[in-house]
Design a protein around this ligand. Structure first.
Ligand code: BDR
Ligand code: CA
Length: 311
């Protein structure tokens, strides 16, 4: 199985990404590291523990990470995800506790102890934990197999400012360092994730699954859908973060281009923009596979099949 660390800020779509990974034997989730993003760290941490507990996989370690971006104040998204960050269903206070070590130390120690080139990082929140680990332990950078992240936008521009996508906007300095790291990147931007829209049928299929995970996913996506329907008039909820895990499982469901992507840090209106050289108009070397399309039917078919394996 391919070894991954998921770095997350749940978030209903983060929750579905985590469940998809935990339901997939092709992936070995070495740990889940938590960052401040959609809501402050105490909540993203509690939400992660609830999700892992729901999946029945309390063997997977959860580590608390950075509670604020590298240099900017934290920006959150309760308007999208609700005050808990995981609104939609009332789950009990989790009995599952986070592990003692800091997420950044877990990332560093894991990359040093696993064989070089064997661990893939899957960041689905702001990139603060990842950039902090690289700053503190530059020797681990060359040991990362790949980074498969949700972030950025080019054709769909922004969802938090006219120019910027949330995960990159919250900590652009961190994103900039990760994009410049030289590690092979797969970037799933809004351009792709806005195609990954839940349908009524799919949500009802989730609700009808035996067990507790399917109905929880239905309640989360019901809540999450409301925001995009009102805001964008979209047909369903975009399952942004699950696209990263789906790409690891079924890259054939996605198409994109190997291009150069830089992060805007200074723009008056454009801080946090992913400046994507889609048309190859600069001579800057490619640093990312930038995903543009996703096979929506294939994605949701796989999600149903995988999530039905969970308790
Ligand atoms: C990203 O921001 C968060 O709100 C979602 O969980 C996703 O990671 C989408 O812009
Ligand atoms: Ca997220």
């Amino acid at each position: 199985a391919r070894k991954i660390i998921i770095d997350t800020d749940p978030g209903q779509d983060d929750a579905v990404a985590i469940l998809l990974a935990l339901a997939s034997p092709e992936l070995q989730v070495l740990g889940i590291t938590v960052v401040a993003g959609n809501v402050p760290l105490p909540l993203t941490l509690r939400n992660t523990c609830q999700i892992v507990e729901l999946s029945g996989r309390d063997d997977v370690p959860v580590h608390a990470g950075c509670d604020r971006p590298l240099v900017r104040p934290l920006v959150t998204a309760e308007n999208v995800h609700g005050t808990s960050g995981l609104d939609g269903i009332d789950l009990p206070e989790p009995a599952l506790r986070p592990q003692p070590g800091h997420a950044v130390d877990f990332i560093i120690d894991t990359l040093r102890s696993e064989p070089a080139g064997s661990v893939t990082l899957v960041p689905i929140g702001p990139l603060t934990n990842i950039a902090t680990a690289f700053r503190r332990a530059p020797d681990i950078v060359s040991r990362v197999q790949q980074i498969v992240l949700m972030g950025g936008a080019y054709f769909e521009v922004g969802n938090v400012t006219p120019a910027a996508e949330f995960n990159v906007y919250v900590d652009p300095e961190a994103a900039s360092e990760v994009f410049a790291s030289g590690i092979p990147l797969v970037v799933v931007p809004l351009d792709a994730t806005h195609q990954a829209l839940t349908s009524r049928d799919w949500i009802e299929g989730m609700r009808a699954l035996p067990g507790r995970c399917g109905p929880a996913v239905a309640s989360w996506t019901d809540f999450f859908e409301r925001f995009d329907k009102e805001k964008y008039g979209s047909q369903g909820a975009p399952l942004h973060d699950p696209c990263t895990i789906a790409w690891l499982l079924r890259p054939d469901l996605f198409t994109g281009r190997q291009i150069n992507v830089e992060i805007e840090l200074e723009g008056r209106f454009t801080a946090g923009m992913t400046v994507a050289d889609w048309w190859g108009v600069t001579n800057r070397p490619p640093n990312a596979l930038f995903i543009r399309h996703v096979d929506c039917d294939g994605l949701f078919g796989m999600l149903t099949e995988r999530l039905s394996r969970l308790p």
